[in-house]
Design a protein around this ligand. Structure first.
Ligand code: SF4
Ligand code: SF4
Length: 329
């Protein structure tokens, strides 16, 4: 029994990543859905949580005292995000580029920098009607650095994992526990029970909906995951972006497998590539108009189509097997 972080990512947008993340959160007992796609969070449209807490998040911006600054340029040199510009007679900050890392303040030899707070977004928390814990981050319009907000969203998981009061009150967790037991009963009635799900139920599974692409936002969202599902589609663009996302996950050493959404059997290059690279193909979801119609109405397709729900239960069992293999290495 352990807590697991399962991230859902995709090299490109529009692959159905959120539908897959929300579906998994819905069928996994004792899960929490964490929407880290903070520039455009839309998991709430499918899971329809009742939001009961909003927390505003700020980042620390450097403020340079012109009377103390000698324009030595050290802060510009240490800023990895090119947020500071040396104009020779003064240093200027591009707010939007600043990640609030504090390096410039730390290294300023003249102690000319103090830090001020700038609001960057909000973290919303709630519960769905089925008791799934829901958290998302919503970045302020015009704010370009998503990583600090994603970091703040993920700190809520850490708070909860450490057993601190953190973001979830005890009452909410025990409510969720009751619901998850009910979920287990309904799941086992759908699926045969002679599989590993009975031997290896996770205490809690955090399903992270990552931003699309392979930028630092995606890296921030998937880092620390126990496993990542990469969602792609049967197109040359899908394959190209999948390759990039796979490279990122290999670099940061996170085990992963692939789900092909809107599967088209005539596009053989995708499966050929997965075979060549010995990459796990976890599930294929055929393109079906009825799934798209459900999604357009804000309904999770697994709610309407039991055969698809069974596919997702099978996917979760496969992931559990993968996680056990990783744990036993
Ligand atoms: S490091 Fe400090 S003193 Fe040097 S340019 Fe930057 S703010 Fe000014
Ligand atoms: S806080 Fe970090 S990112 Fe922002 S200006 Fe300073 S060094 Fe650059």
């Amino acid at each position: 029994m352990k807590e697991v972080i399962l991230s859902i990512a995709s090299g490109k947008g529009g692959t159905g990543k959120t539908t897959i993340a929300a579906s998994l959160a819905s069928i996994i007992p004792n899960s929490a859905y964490i929407d880290c796609d903070v520039e455009e969070p839309n998991g709430h449209l499918l899971l329809k949580p009742k939001i009961n807490t909003e927390e505003f998040v700020s980042k620390l911006l450097p403020k340079i005292d012109p009377y103390k600054c000698t324009v030595c340029g050290k802060c510009v040199e240490v800023c990895e995000f090119n947020a500071l510009i040396n104009l020779k007679f003064e240093i200027t900050l591009i707010d939007e580029m600043c990640h609030g890392c504090g390096a410039c303040t730390y290294f300023c030899p003249g102690k000319a920098i103090t830090e001020i707070e700038k609001p960057i977004g909000v973290i919303r928390k709630g519960l769905t009607e089925h008791g799934i814990l829901f958290i998302d981050g919503l970045l302020n319009i015009g704010e370009v650095a998503a990583a600090p907000l994603i970091k703040a969203v993920k700190r809520k998981i850490a708070g909860s994992k450490n057993g601190q009061a953190g973001y979830f009150s005890k009452g909410e967790i025990s409510n969720r526990d009751k619901t998850s037991k009910q979920n287990e009963i309904s799941i086992s009635s759908i699926k045969s029970t002679d599989d590993i799900s009975q031997q290896y139920l996770f205490e809690k599974t955090y399903v992270i909906d990552s931003p699309p692409g392979t930028s630092c936002s995606m890296v921030e969202a998937v880092s620390d995951s126990d496993y990542c599902i990469l969602v792609t589609e049967s197109t040359p663009f899908g394959l190209n972006d999948l390759k990039l996302a796979m490279e990122v996950l290999k670099t940061i050493d996170i085990p992963f497998g692939v789900v092909i959404n809107k599967y088209d059997a005539s596009y053989i290059e995708m499966e050929k590539y997965l075979e060549e690279t010995k990459t796990d193909l976890l599930m294929k979801i055929p393109f079906d108009r009825k799934y798209a119609v459900a999604y357009s109405k804000g309904i999770l397709p697994i709610v309407l189509y039991p055969e698809l729900k069974n596919e997702f239960l099978g996917l979760f069992d496969t992931i559990k097997e993968k996680l056990m293999m990783v744990e036993n290495v």
